[in-house]
Design a protein around this ligand. Sequence first.
Ligand code: NAD
Length: 503
Amino acid sequence: MSALDDNITKLNGYLERFRAHGTPNRIAGQDVAGARGVFQTHTPVDKSVICDVAHGTAADIDRAARAAAAAFADWRDMPAKQRRDLLIRIADGIEARAEEIALCECWDTGQTIKFMSKAALRGAENFRYFADQVGGARDGQHLPSPTLMNVTTRVPIGPVGVITPWNTPFMLSTWKIAPALAAGCTVVHKPAEASPLTARLLVEIAEEAGLPPGVLNTVNGYGEEAGKALCEHPLIRAIAFVGESRTGSQIIRQGADTLKRNHLELGGKNPVIVFDDADLDRALDAVIFMIYSINGERCTSSSRLLVQDTIRADFEARLIERVSKIKVGHPLDPETEIGPLISAEHFDKVTGYFDIARADGATVAAGGTTVGDEGYFVRPTLFTNATNDMRIAQEEIFGPVLTSIPFATEEEALSLANDTAYGLTGYVWTNDLTRALRFTNRLEAGMIWVNSENVRHLPTPFGGVKASGIGRDGGDWSFEFYMEQKHVGFATGQHKITRLGAS
Ligand code: NAD
């Protein structure tokens, strides 16, 4: 049996329960049918139905928010060691079911097993990392003044909403839910409607690990209905959101009346800048990896290549050769490097840019075609002869599509790199140290890597500037979002209190 057939057999085993029972909402430790019945989720591999999904509404969100509010005090007050041990058991549970998570995720999203097997394990790492931070999460400062002993402490903000996208849903969910739980918050999670399966697996694993009912609740549904209701709910204190920039604006609007704290991780049109003094072999590998892995459906992808004109012809030629050899195929085949795009709508959006590129005067140097008609497959695509004002250089395509733009000088590279509404990541390839220092200092991005692809280190801050987001994840930054600072001043003696009405 081939590795692909083997994976398909295993997948069918894992899908049986979804086919029989769908993905109901999970509220207060109970399966709850969606108030509006069900909708169906399809696989982008062959467009077939995977299963029914609970169609949650504002009524389901209300029930989940109440459950999260009811569970909050006990969860907040659970001793740190007990909470830590529980989060570690969740990490163990994720590892034990990593294969099931990875196969279901691939079938639901079209992501390849090559990358998703690691995504499940990174989800476990997120729980393990934040479990280790629980002990110090509430620590504060001692800030004495002449008359007071001032102390600070951090307390969890309360029940929070987590709204996640479809691109790497399991990993992204754990990235938000692990620190929220570690901080002592309870959670209502609204997964993306296009990829609900692994959110169900996560809540199951968490409950099996001993998470009390109501601490993590999952409500499926559409963004404009269930997601909106979550943002508007008065019992929900904060929203951690990952998704498109224009949805981010809606999240702020929807939360305005209840004064929500929002953390927004949004889109990107990230530049990778390759100077002629760089290690061009490594730069080439990184350029290819950062746009064509994860189907290019990756917020941190380097979708704009800014390449110095002195090396442009050779670099683009090598790029075309490699891109043309990237393997597009069934996502459960371990050899496959690019699977299908998530949905018909997204497929239309991505392929639409092939014509837009031509109409605007760019060259389709590689790809620019679809593959078969069974699923939503496209060839990895490279646009050359582009300028930074073209739509293919300004708009987030969110697929395996790279736009190459030449530059002559460092100043021009910087100006092109910053000439975008977004500011999530930037990648700089040069062996000139002082240039790297100058360039990173002026590059408008939340995260920058020099002579490296994106390598995530959990204690570092993750997030964007401009239209790419507000707020940071990672390390203690996550706790700053899910917790409130509290100050208490204790009088150390009988200092003078100004007396009114006493004369
Ligand atoms: P999306 O904004 O369409 O949807 C994201 C989530 O928001 C889904 O669960 C959706 O149901 C929900 N939603 C939609 N409208 C809503 C509303 N009015 N109120 C509340 N919730 C609502 O994004 P997507 O298409 O699922 O994901 C792709 C986008 O996510 C890309 O722009 C990508 O760059 C971004 N992304 C960003 C990061 C990051 O860390 N910066 C990571 C991954 C993806």
